[in-house]
Design a protein around this ligand. Structure first.
Ligand SMILES: Cc1ncc(COP(=O)(O)O)c(C=O)c1O
Length: 481
């Protein structure tokens, strides 16, 4: 009786494993979608306005007891899910920090998912863990850290920053009773995920000092020094300084050589959020503003920004990997066979995650396949395109640009002769979005509306930059009519 039930269930359960023919069929539809996607991306909109109500039907899609036809499923996905909103990997996406989605990384992800290696524990999947280690060592070398460095491939910059904050907290020996006497130094340009990380890490009661910035939105070392001196005199404990190596809004790179010296003198953890700007270290032009990054205790880099990978990968690199281990290593009864290896820190020992996607594959495959020169050239190209756009947009009548890009981000706004400047810029933004040929996001600085131009898509080249210039010109002249 029981055997019959098991056999009946087995027959149903076997449908979960595709036979050779069905696998090919599903792959055929999925591959044809991805070919269509990549082949048409150059001409497709960067942004497609959408109707909220129409999209609500997604919530009503039944999830049935029986399966559906793969061709129908894939078509459904294409129209309702991939088309509306921001086309992130478009080369005409200049908003937020543009994502890219290299094809080679997507294939790396596929292989990682197919083989599903347990990339968390060395004894389980030594090859996968070593590959992750290889990628982390490469990033540590790029930063200029020494042999003792290590790190964690996280899901993105926010998780990596959170892990850094927790590590800094523990390694500084802070206990909850000391939080109200501790001080963190940042600027108003620091990404909000750092503020959130401080709260999640229980550090909501510590003091946050938003240090004065110069005219290019960079932390002023003089003000930092003075603030720390005042805090120490008041009996407080400086605990962490957070520098931005490319802030999201303005692309500002804080002066890390000076900040590093101040941190050292005051025995303070020095963290750098280089989620956006870090991989510009691959270029000669990027190395200049990023000088001093090697003085830090920890750095966050986002390969899903600067290495053009699809979303889902950030990295935390810590100068002394032992500090990461001290905070994160746990063991469990059921994991006795996970013996500690002196040479390799298993990802599970250096991060808050246990079972996780084999993320190294999506970064290692593109690096090896394309070679570093292609990445260096693409990043150098983005720096030059940023400068080019800053000059050309600044030449448009009635346009006011912010500071020249330190890497590849800058701001601008329209100063029309008539009308409220903020309102007119909001209108201009709506018109640009409606047209959909380019995508720009916006920000507010001291209550003033600004457009941001962020050049980081692997698919942004001269033609895409020129398209941005012509859309701005066109929409301004339409609004002026
Ligand atoms: C400077 C900076 N830090 C952190 C983050 C957060 O990273 P993520 O979105 O990968 O969580 C971002 C995102 O844009 C960023 O630009």
């Amino acid at each position: 009786m029981m055997k019959e039930s098991i056999e009946r269930l087995e027959a149903e359960a076997l449908k979960l494993e595709l036979n050779g023919r069905d696998r090919k069929e599903l792959q055929k539809h999925a591959l044809s979608l991805s070919h269509r996607f990549y082949d048409s991306i150059k001409g497709n909109s960067a942004y497609q306005p959408f109707d909220d109500l129409e999209l609500q039907s997604i919530l009503e899609h039944p999830i049935d007891e029986t399966g559906a036809d793969p061709a129908d499923l894939i078509q459904n996905i294409e129209e309702q899910i991939f088309e509306p909103g921001l086309n992130v990997p478009s080369g005409r996406n200049f908003g937020y920090i543009p994502g890219s989605s290299l094809e080679s990384a997507a294939i790396g992800d596929y292989l990682a998912a197919v083989t599903n290696r347990y990339a968390s524990v060395y004894s389980s999947s030594p090859g996968a863990v070593l590959l992750e280690q290889r990628v982390i060592n490469w990033m540590a070398d790029l930063i200029g850290y020494g042999e003792t460095a290590g790190g964690y491939l996280a899901s993105g910059g926010s998780m990596a920053n959170l892990t850094a904050v927790v590590t800094a907290r523990d390694s500084s020996g802070l206990t909850p009773n000391l939080y109200p006497e501790s001080v963190v130094y940042l600027t108003r340009q620091t990404h909000h995920c750092v503020d959130r990380a401080l709260n999640i890490a229980g550090l909501g009661t510590c003091h946050r000092r938003y240090i004065e910035m110069d005219e290019r939105f960079r932390m002023k070392p003089v003000s930092l020094r003075k603030q720390i001196r005042n805090d120490v005199q008041a009996g407080l404990t400086p605990f962490m300084i957070v520098a931005s190596a490319g802030s999201t809004d303005t692309g500002a790179v804080d002066p890390m050589t000076d900040i590093g010296e101040i941190a050292k003198k005051n025995n303070t953890w020095f963290h750098v959020d280089a989620a956006y700007g870090g991989f510009f270290l691959l270029t000669k032009e990027g190395k200049k503003p990023l000088k001093g990054i090697e003085l830090s205790d920890s750095v966050v880099l986002d390969p899903h920004k600067g290495l053009f990978l699809p979303y889902g990968i950030g990295a935390l690199i810590v100068k002394e990997v032992g500090k990461l281990v001290d905070t994160h290593r746990y063991s469990a009864n059921y994991m006795q066979s996970n013996q500690i290896n002196d040479y390799v820190a298993s990802p599970a020992d250096v991060s808050p995650e246990l079972s996780k996607h084999f993320r190294a594959m999506r970064i290692w495959l593109p690096l090896k396949l394309h070679g570093l020169k292609a990445f260096r050239s693409a990043l150098h190209e983005k720096i030059l395109l940023g400068r080019y756009l800053w000059q050309k947009i600044g030449q448009i009548k009635q346009i006011e640009t912010g500071p020249a890009p330190q890497l590849s981000i800058f701001m601008f706004r329209w100063k029309p002769e008539a009308g409220d400047t903020n309102d007119m810029n909001r209108k201009l933004h709506q018109e640009i979005l409606k047209a959909g040929r380019v995508f720009l996001s916006t920000t507010e600085i001291d209550g003033e509306f600004f457009f941001r131009v962020a050049v980081l898509s692997v698919r942004t080249h001269l033609a895409e930059a020129d398209a941005l210039i012509s859309v701005i010109r066109e929409k301004i002249s339409e609004l002026e009519r």
